[in-house]
Design a protein around this ligand. Sequence first.
Ligand code: PBE
Length: 588
Amino acid sequence: MVSPVGMFAEQAVDFIEQYFGWLLGAISEVLTWPLNLLEGVLCGMSPVLFMVILIAVSLLITRRLSTTLFAGISFCIIYWMGYWESAMITLSMVIISALVAITIGIPLGIWSAKSETANPVIKALMDFMQTMPAFVYLIPAVIFFGLGMVPGVVATVIFAMPPIVRLTNLGIRQVPAEMNEVADAFGSTGWQKLTKVQMPEATPSIMAGINQCIMLSLSMVVISAMIGCEGLGQDIVYALSRVDVALGFEAGLAVVLIAMVLDRLTQALNRNAGGMKRAEPAGRTKRRKVTAMKIGAVLAVLILLVAGAAVFHADDGNNAGITKMGTVLDSGAQCGLAVPTYTAEEYGLEYISDLEEYADDFDYEIVGIDAGAGIMSSTENAINQYGLSSFKLVSSSESGMLTSLKNAYASEKAIVVTMWTPHWANGVYDLTFLKDPDLAYGEAESIESWGRPGLVSDDPVIAQVLSNYEYSTTEFNDLLSYIDSSGDTSAAVEQWTEAHQDLLAKWLAGTEYKAGRGEITIGLVNWADAIGSSNVLKYVLEKYVGYDVELTELNVGVMYQGLSDGEIDLITTAWLPITHAQYIEKYT
Ligand code: PBE
């Protein structure tokens, strides 16, 4: 039930994807290159060298010992807390995003200062870009650019550009009328007037815009972590989904420190710019021309690159769907609504429909998990089917839900949660699943592994392993509890797997170890079952088959989108035929 407005947006996105896919591919290519370069340089550089450069740059721009000291100490703290690499990745994204935003924003700002026709249009556009909630950009960004750094940069540019445009516009419009008149009186051309009078006059304002832009980039970079952008943002999202205070605070602090350093540095640039309005020595003009030519050359090369990339990209339309690879758990997977057994007894609850009468005691809430999870849409159905009109379904994450459950349990409070088996929580808490006679959650289902389009033909070895990668219900429950009771997932996975040689032999039948088989990316959501099956598979593929495996933790919808785009090779957490039907339908 989407109104025409939403439908239009959806169609526009489809249209762009279909007809401008080549351009998007080209943009992505053009952005990937400097991103990788800068990230490589910053991450590869020794922290000491980085510090030396930072201090030199800071002294040069700010000419203040205190600010420089602050910058140095901030990065020392980041290093000491162990967030160096994340910080460098985030920093490279901020720098590239800000550069792109500046390159597009300043000309737009000039244009809107010069043209009374363009001005209101650009202004409206900027209002739109700035106020549309940032999360919304992530949706088309994922569709257009897949997962990772590039869509993050694109969303960041959109979000961070408006202040530059506005403040450039403002700066030029605020040039005193006399200055313009003098320039006219001396017969300067429009270009001369712009570059020699207006731009220098507007520089402080433009610098303020750049400062704002960098700050906004930094906040957006964190949000982009939801679509697989690495760096500090990923640490924060990870901390949130695990309700991990220590990690969240540290990573958050690292962001704050970077923001403050960048802020002080760009503000100092601004001060310098303010004092720079003197007349230029005559020799500069020539140098300017040379610079302009250089910029022209760079632009030409960029355009060629784009064109080349576009041609290169135009013909790799891979439209096949995602495919089932194997069955991880054949039976025993079941979603539903559960209450602690003390609650079931206290209120005499047996069926889901019994809840409505006591809505008040449950604070009118059903505690849910990730918004995109299949169990959430099934629960919406259950609410309708069983007339639970007083309840609302609250979304958070699996760990969020488990935290609420734990707290309620500790004080024997009434609570109703979305819950499923297999899950270790069923062993830790005494829970009662409410009966679902109308099958809002369907009957027990399977957990399957699914691969990206073309995986089977590209990689028969993986296909072979996945066709064998299966657990019995007991084994799978045992694995999940084992991981939960140990603090360290990878150690637990190793111990558990090595203790199940029979399973290993079954999974590895027909496969042998060969070093350097290549890289495999497994997508997962932060759900206990996905964490268990993905980590064991990673261990097995690395140790016994010879792959390099990367686990990428994502939102549900994003995970399926990434699988269909081929950015993720496989997933081991497809709940079918019901829970994930919506995603499978969309991508097959
Ligand atoms: N779950 C666990 C998922 C599938 C795996 C039940 C939380 C879901 O609802 O989508």
